[in-house]
Design a protein around this ligand. Structure first.
Ligand code: ADP
Ligand code: MG
Length: 698
């Protein structure tokens, strides 16, 4: 029998394959490109391309594609065959270094947010050698960045790589100040925990809302929801277990370290977590994971829902972005060290993150902003839209002691105001597991919990890396000039704690009292919706920070502002149109048909005995009739709200109008329809109910 280690990574052109199939010289220069970003010689590229092609053909591939991540949020690929005609009428299989390094997909149909008007229409893809090529189906997929000809990023990978580079540069400056000359590179690692729902495919097909929008737009609360807490970590049902088994196999073949699987809080909800890896690869892997989750589900007669809020009234799905910083020598910079000296370095990196999260709360909120995620943030199931940080009791006590210059009463009672050599040794705090914090320290990493389940993790990590790079830059600028390093360091740590302690909150983030405190005396930001936060992407401080680290050009930020709001508007408009359609052509007719049936029953009863009061029937008919009137009226009002959008030109204003009118009318229409569902006979209801969907998979 094949074991996992036999087939793990079997579809990946990874280091093992490179070593076995490239000459030592070619291998070494490719490694140099991967590890240090060295320029790749065309002769090396040709050799790599040939080896890649031979390996891909041997593994059943017929095509290759530059695989990229445009601003649609999903991945894109255009397949080209390896084949080329040979003079004797046959074919040969070809793939050149040039084809490996660069592609020219037609960029005109991908969102560019106005970049195309300003710059060239053509786009190109460029090989990202830091992420291994792999085979999907019969296609060799080459991870690439996607840019316009002027070099403007049209994708999520380019700014992610730039942000990693920015952070690397600043982190190295800090390490040098601590006397570390051996580290060559600092990278961020990410382990994204992915939540999802599994429902029966036949039922899914019967609901246009699920098919068109990925979420239910109607649905009365089922008699049983998640109140019994019997699903979380519960026994996995056989059909789901079979799905998870095949999913793991497919992911392992692609070298994705799928590790943990369990049932989540809501019925039909599950989670998958991989082992963490370099951010760039983690991002590619997460995109692939989402794609394969959906593909494997179909084979099992299931549908995998990745929407942030597929069902009202039960928990939605998020993604936890576990993030840490490590050196190429294997040191996690967010891990408290063994000695006070190491701890000073740890505290400085910790402070850099605290300062970054506080200074750029808005960018973190923006990085997770979608129409879908707006339903989750602040709905007492996910972190609120207010960004705050959780550090745990021990770290808190340490920071407090430093700020006030009082002895830290931890393991060793040490006075801490003098310098690095007296900073305390303290243990990793693993006892405390605050699950309501948007940004929690969990011993040796931070867990950013605001991401929606369908978000690309690129966006959150771009902002996080950039913001932390900015803190480190400010620190390095100061410390490099300091006359007395230790005093300056201590002072800087103290000042960060003093200036930024407002962002630290260790209580219950789901509590309404917290929102009051956060937005009141603490002055933290609370951008509840996508239209509320996205305009701040273009705030001066944000543009300055992101452009100064060369993560974005100003034009790229403007384009991302446009695209994010365009996506928001399009998403809600599709939902609204689907609702109108379902209400008018499915729900209202079903309620009418049922009313007719009830009327027929009453008439039949009266035919037997004209004196029968038929109170039940007449009362029901009156209620059903008033509901169909309400449904029709609300559907009309929603249509009007949509029509009035056409007079709004600017995307920001359109998004606001959608937030203030369209979404309001949608919930009014839903309310009427959901009420009708509760009094209409089940066999008349035109599509599966919440009960069917949530408890339908056994
Ligand atoms: P939970 O948060 O559910 O208690 P864990 O903390 O064990 O679970 O891990 C959750 C995720 O965090 C996993 O994907 C894991 O690989 C990742 N992770 C663990 N350590 C690190 C680290 N140092 N950097 C980044 N991610 C990490
Ligand atoms: Mg976790």
């Amino acid at each position: 029998m094949q074991t996992v280690s036999d087939y793990f990574g079997s579809l990946v052109f990874d280091d093992r394959v490179m070593k076995a199939n490239l000459s030592a010289k070619v291998y070494q220069s490719l490694r140099k490109t991967i590890d240090e970003g060295a320029q790749l010689d065309i002769s090396v590229a040709n050799a790599v391309a040939t080896a890649m092609k031979d390996w891909a053909l041997a593994n059943g591939a017929t095509h290759y594609t530059h695989w990229f991540q445009p601003l649609t949020g999903i991945t894109a690929e255009k397949h080209d065959g390896f084949l080329a005609p040979s003079p004797d009428g046959g074919v040969i299989m070809e793939f050149s270094g040039k084809e490996l390094i660069q592609g020219e997909p037609d960029a005109s149909s991908f969102p560019s947010g106005g970049l195309r008007a300003t710059f060239e229409a053509r786009g190109y893809t460029a090989w990202d050698p830091t992420s291994y090529a792999f085979i999907k189906g019969k296609t060799l997929c080459i991870p690439t960045a996607f840019c316009s000809y002027g070099g403007e990023a049209l994708d999520k990978k380019t700014p992610l790589l730039r942000s990693m580079e920015a952070l690397n540069k600043q982190a190295l400056r800090i390490l040098r100040l601590f006397g570390n000359d051996t580290v060559k590179c600092v990278r961020t690692s990410v382990g994204p925990e992915q939540e999802y729902f599994l429902i029966d495919k036949e039922m899914y097909e019967k609901r246009r809302d699920l098919r068109f929008t990925g979420r239910t737009l109607f649905g009365a609360k089922p008699p049983k929801g998640q109140e019994m807490d019997d699903h979380y970590f519960g026994v996995i049902k056989p059909r789901v277990a079979a799905y998870m088994e095949e999913l793991n196999e497919e992911l392992w073949k692609l070298g994705i370290l799928a590790k943990t699987e369990h049932n989540e809080v809501a019925p039909a909800q599950h989670e998958l977590a991989p082992i963490y890896t370099t951010t760039n690869i983690a991002t590619d892997h997460n995109q692939l994971t989402m794609e394969i989750m959906q593909k494997v589900a179909t084979k099992h007669g299931l549908v995998c829902l990745l929407h942030e809020k597929p069902f009202a009234g039960v928990n939605g799905s998020g993604k936890h972005n576990n993030w840490s910083l490590a050196t190429d020598t294997g040191v996690n910079l967010l891990s408290p060290g063994e000695t006070p000296y190491e701890n000073a370095q740890f505290l400085l990196f910790l402070c850099a993150v605290i300062k970054a999260v506080d200074d750029y709360q808005d960018l973190l909120r923006i990085s997770v902003a979608t129409a879908g995620n707006d339903h989750r943030l602040g709905a007492n199931e996910a972190p609120p839209a207010v960004v705050s940080m959780f550090l745990g009791d021990e770290l808190n006590a340490v920071l407090e002691a430093i700020e006030t210059g009082t002895p830290y009463s931890g393991a060793e009672k040490t006075q801490m105001k003098l310098g690095v050599d007296v900073l305390p040794k303290f243990n990793r705090d693993t006892t405390d597991r605050n699950r309501t914090s948007p940004f929690a320290f969990t011993g040796n990493k931070f867990e950013f919990r605001m991401l929606g389940s369908s978000n690309s993790i690129a966006c959150a990590n771009i902002m996080l890396n950039s913001a932390v790079a900015e803190s480190l830059k400010i620190y390095a600028d100061r410390l490099e000039k300091a006359e007395d390093f230790q005093t300056a360091l201590h002072e800087m740590i103290r000042k960060t704690i003093k200036d930024h302690k407002n962002i630290i909150f260790n209580g219950n983030g789901y509590d309404d009292a917290w929102i009051k405190e956060a937005t009141g005396q603490r002055g933290l930001l609370n951008y509840r919706t996508t239209p509320d936060c996205v305009p701040h992407l273009l705030d001066k401080k944000n543009v300055e920070m992101l452009t100064s680290h060369r993560v974005f050009k100003e034009a790229e930020l403007k384009s991302r502002y446009e695209i994010t709001l365009e996506n928001y508007c399009k998403t809600v408009i599709i939902e609204a149109n689907t609702m109108i359609d379902m209400a008018k052509t499915e729900i209202a007719p079903a309620v009418e048909a049922y009313a007719k049936e009830v009327a027929k029953t009453a008439a039949a009863k009266k035919a037997v005995d004209a004196a029968l009061p038929c109170t039940y029937e007449s009362g029901l008919i009156r209620r059903l009739s008033s509901l169909t009137d309400r449904i029709a009226g609300k559907a009309d009002e929603l249509e009007q709200a949509l029509l009035s959008l056409s007079s709004v030109e600017k995307i920001g204003e359109q998004a606001n109008a959608i937030r203030d009118t369209v979404l309001v009318k949608m919930s009014e229409l839903r309310l009427a329809c959901d009420e009708a569902e509760t009094i209409t006979a089940k066999n008349y209801w035109p599509f599966p109910t919440y009960g069917d969907l949530l408890f339908g998979v056994r």
